[in-house]
Design a protein around this ligand. Structure first.
Ligand SMILES: Cc1cc2nc3c(=O)[nH]c(=O)nc-3n(C[C@H](O)[C@H](O)[C@H](O)COP(=O)(O)OP(=O)(O)OC[C@H]3O[C@@H](n4cnc5c(N)ncnc54)[C@H](O)[C@@H]3O)c2cc1C
Length: 804
């Protein structure tokens, strides 16, 4: 196994590979251990992260670093002075409290404190303008170079070989998998490569045809001379509203930050000779951070600055790192793009990546950081550079629900985009696609006004939601990923991959999951049989790379070809009780229940176009998804818009769809479903066909699970109080005991309250009686709210409307 790159991430991967018993681990470093970005990091080891699993990994990191010196004999400089995050506004305080609630689920010590308590712990800080703070007594800081050396030492002690002054210059592939590397000192054959090349990882990925979308940016801090009142036990201070962090450094202060408009670097590639190097000082650019630091710590104004550090770090388009096996090349793994939290994240990332390599599958749900969430178009240097301007600041920006990137937009547009924009669409970005999230009401600007409460689009989504329930709504779902699988073996392959029975007559659509060997849900999709030997597979935009990889991985030498036909079809969904009336005005096809039942899919003439109409829904109403060849779509859309006018047709966006699907408890992959959740736990047994002639992958694991009481199950919650909102990651309490967390939430406009779904765990099993009894509460920003729990959908549980 060859690990490329001796930064903290590569050393952590080597450390954990050997800890798991991995043999023949060779780490190759171009120059010296830690010479890339690692050596000049500020060394903050915070534990609070944006999501549950990333927080879990960050906590593991702090715990590992604490014991590393005792284990390896190499000092790390790790200490736990704790950290304080302060809030200048009520909304920031709300964000901190939400994070605090989440962190407690993992046993991360966290306390909400007043400004004066914060001031007591950090005497040099001005506190009269603060709303509050959170205190994490176990947060740490470390010396990045020494910690990297300790990880390297740990790996060597268990048999890893570390070779410096050796750059990888070529990657060799055989039969779609890794075969070896060429280096400046000769060739090495290997079965596994781990690309931990930091900001060089994109260039290195290209050598293997692998997309690693990251871009370097300049990143700054200063260090002052010793200052009175600054002691080594001073906690790390984060004032994210001022974009800054501060910690003690040799009796002085180290102050750095995340400016809202950053300076991308290395547009022409990262120089080969860049080692223990820094970039030129830029005081003008640093000014925005300095001004804010003076607001918080007035004493900084008179402290002489000893060092100005400007070092490059790599950032990714969504601010999360890239981990896992690359979809383009078997056994080529990536651990890169750490967005300025690589020191804190390296331990956890290294551990799960090593486990992934040894087992050949991710050890837990890592979708947040999984490299299969990206697509090849994101390797475009221009896209990356434009997005990087924004991504540095995002780390400390408000993490508003539904926050949309402002840079690198308009990359992929539906053929209906301009028409929808003219109707007032406000777009959100997913996988580069611009998708209408909501439509502005008359007099409104189609632009987000963010908050943790009801955002400005709340009444818009409410009207769209009601139109779909009571009349008819139009959704542009062209961003759906669409594949054709064709060939004599297509049915056999799909029967192996799908938990449901897809050997249906042509003209039927089947909702199904694809499972891993553990029975976890790797993909959630619909499969339409087009002909004996042809299928249309439709899945979410965000899952396109992941699902294509999953299917291709299992094709082997089967006589079947998978083709991505996403761009060939626009998808217009017409949903609601009047959808039949509307479409009947444009087609001669018989749309009655007898001739066009739920689950049927037919080609027909609609207006002047050939269209595939499929009777299915994600919103819980009568409706059809129309697959329209792209060039016909504008004409079809125009005809529908006119035909629907007197029927109350409304354009509806993804926020309304979310609210509609939550009321119906339709699951969403990547949120409510993932590789760790089985269909039995997720309440999707109705989509499992146990008695298929060809057994599906994961069947044995499911059969074994079926014999036991289920230790965890997806439960649907509605809040009693109509006011609070649910997004995700709120904790679930039963009779005062923490039993789970919300995986997705939305406001249900028909129910008049927030709805959430989340997994509830109990060692003796989660029975129906367990769900029906007990006192349920959901914790939002450290406050608990009474909730009703059920296993069935709160809206139309018998699906009478869908079949109407
Ligand atoms: C100013 C600043 C402050 C920071 N502060 C913090 C902080 O407080 N906390 C925190 O968690 N993070 C912080 N970071 C981020 C952190 O430093 C990085 O995320 C982390 O060091 C990335 O580690 P890495 O191993 O991925 O990359 P690197 O350290 O860059 O390692 C990659 C290695 O790969 C080698 N390499 C490249 N190409 C090849 C090749 N072809 N063959 C062989 N070897 C190759 C390079 O020489 C390099 O040593 C900070 C970053 C900066 C710039």
């Amino acid at each position: 196994m060859v690990v490329i790159g001796g930064g903290i991430v590569g050393c952590s991967v080597a450390y954990h590979l050997t800890k798991l018993g991995g043999k023949d681990v060779l780490l190759l470093e171009r120059r010296d251990i830690s010479c890339g970005t690692t050596w000049h990091a500020a060394g903050l080891v915070g534990q609070l992260r944006a999501t549950h699993n990333l927080t879990r990994l960050a906590k593991y990191g702090a715990d590992l670093y604490e014991g590393l010196e005792a284990e390896t004999g190499q000092a790390t400089g790790f200490r736990r002075p704790g950290s304080i995050s302060v809030a200048r506004t009520a909304e920031r305080m709300h964000e901190l409290k939400r994070a605090a609630s989440m962190a407690r689920c993992f046993g991360v010590d966290v306390e909400v404190i007043t400004p004066s308590e914060a001031g007591r712990r950090w005497p040099l800080m001005r506190t009269d303008d603060l709303v509050g703070a959170v205190w994490l007594p176990r947060d740490g800081r470390t010396n990045p170079i020494d910690t990297t050396r300790a990880l390297a030492r740990g790996a060597q002690l268990r048999g890893a070989t570390i070779v410096e002054d050796t750059a990888v210059t070529a990657i060799h592939r055989r039969n779609g998998a890794v075969a070896g590397v060429s280096t400046t000192r000769g060739d090495v054959a290997c079965e596994v490569i781990v690309n931990c090349a930091g900001m060089w990882a994109r260039q290195l990925g290209q050598l293997a045809g692998v997309t690693v979308p990251l871009h370097a940016s300049e990143h700054f801090y200063i260090v002052t001379d010793p200052m009175p009142g600054v002691t080594p036990d001073l906690p790390v201070l984060r004032d994210t509203d001022g974009h800054i962090y501060v910690r003690e450094e040799v009796g002085g202060l180290l102050m750095g930050g995340f400016e809202p408009v950053a300076k991308p670097w290395g547009m022409e590639g990262i120089p080969d000779d860049f080692a223990f190097s820094l970039l030129p000082e830029d005081w003008d650019h640093f000014q925005v951070l300095m001004e804010q630091a003076l607001v918080r710590i007035p004493a900084l104004g008179t402290a002489p600055v000893r060092r100005h550090v400007n070092g490059p770090e790599s950032f990714t388009p969504d601010g999360r790192y890239l981990l896992g096996e690359a979809p383009e090349c078997r056994n080529f793994y990536v651990g890169a793009g750490f967005n300025s939290i690589g020191i804190a994240s390296a331990a956890g990332a290294g551990k799960v990546l090593a486990e992934w390599i040894i087992a050949g599958e991710p050890p837990m749900d890592l979708w947040d950081v999984d490299i299969r969430r990206v697509a090849p178009f994101q390797a475009n240097p221009r896209y990356l550079r434009d997005r990087t301007v924004e991504m540095v600041g995002v780390l400390y920006a408000m993490h508003w629900p539904f926050r949309q990137p402002e840079t690198a937009r308009g990359v992929r547009r539906s053929v209906l985009h301009d028409r929808l924009a003219a109707r007032g669409a406000c777009f959100g970005a997913v996988m580069g696609w611009e998708r209408p999230n909501w439509y502005a009401l008359p007099g409104m600007e189609p632009a987000y006004r963010y908050s943790f409460g009801r955002q400005n689009w709340f009444p818009c989504a409410a009207e769209e939601h009601r139109a779909v329930r009571d009349a008819v709504g139009l959704f542009d779902q062209s961003s759906f990923t669409k594949f054709r699988l064709e060939g004599p073996d297509a049915v056999t392959i799909l029967q192996q991959l799908c938990a449901n029975d897809v050997d249906v007559p042509p003209g039927r659509i089947v909702y199904t999951a694809m499972l891993n060997r553990r029975g976890g849900i790797e993909a959630d999709l619909t499969v339409t049989r087009l002909a004996e030997d042809a299928y249309l597979i439709v899945t979410a935009a965000a899952a396109s790379t992941h699902n294509a990889e999953w299917i291709r991985r299992h094709l082997g030498d089967a006589r079947a070809v998978l083709t991505d036909v996403t761009s060939a079809y626009a998808v217009v969904s017409i949903m609601g009780p009047r959808s039949r009336t509307l479409l009947a005005r444009l087609t001669n096809a018989d749309l009655t229940n007898g001739r066009f039942p739920f689950g049927a899919s037919r080609e027909m003439w609609l207006a002047s176009a050939p269209v595939r109409a499929t009777r299915i829904t994600y919103v819980g109403e009568l409706g059809w998804e129309l697959y329209v060849p792209t060039e016909f779509a504008p004409g079809v859309y125009d005809a529908i818009a006119i035909a629907g006018e007197d029927l109350g047709l409304r354009h509806a966006g993804y926020h309304a769809m979310d609210s509609l699907r939550m009321e119906k408890a339709y699951r969403s992959w990547g949120h409510d479903l993932g590789g760790e959740d089985t269909p039995l736990e997720a309440g999707l047994e109705f989509a499992v066909r146990w008695d298929k002639k060809i057994p599906f992958i994961g069947r044995d694991a499911l059969l074994a699970q079926r014999e036991q009481p289920l230790p965890r199950r997806l439960v649907v919650f509605t809040l009693e109080d109509p006011e609070p909102l649910l997004y995700h990651d709120e904790s679930i309490w039963r009779d005062g005991e923490l039993v789970g967390r919300i995986t997705s939430g939305a406001y249900g406009h028909t129910l008049g309250r927030a709805v959430g779904m989340g997994y509830v765990a109990h060692p003796d099993g989660v029975s129906d009686a367990f769900v029906d009894s007990g006192r349920w509460e959901l914790e939002i920003a450290c406050e608990r709210h009474r909730a009703h729990a059920q296993l069935t959908p709160p809206y139309d549980p018998k699906s009478l409307r869908v079949r109407g």
